[in-house]
Design a protein. Structure first.
Length: 66
């Protein structure tokens, strides 16, 4: 959350290569990844490599509300 408090966890776990997971995004969404360079997110049909957006390794970032 913007105030650094923990919000509701929508997904926690590991994905294997090529595995996809759909997550609802009713509002702003915070992403935490242990290897951001290995995570690609798709929003409205456009793909983003989290490592290119945030940097490699452990990263946290926010997707604004739709």
């Amino acid at each position: 959350n913007p105030d650094e408090s923990e919000g509701e966890v929508l997904f926690s776990g590991m994905l294997t290569t090529g595995e996809a997971k759909s997550i609802p995004r009713p509002g702003a969404l915070f992403i935490e990844a242990s290897a951001a360079e290995n995570l690609v997110i798709e929003i409205s049909g456009k793909r983003y490599n989290l490592g290119q957006l945030l940097g490699k390794g452990y990263q946290r970032g926010q997707l604004p509300a739709p």
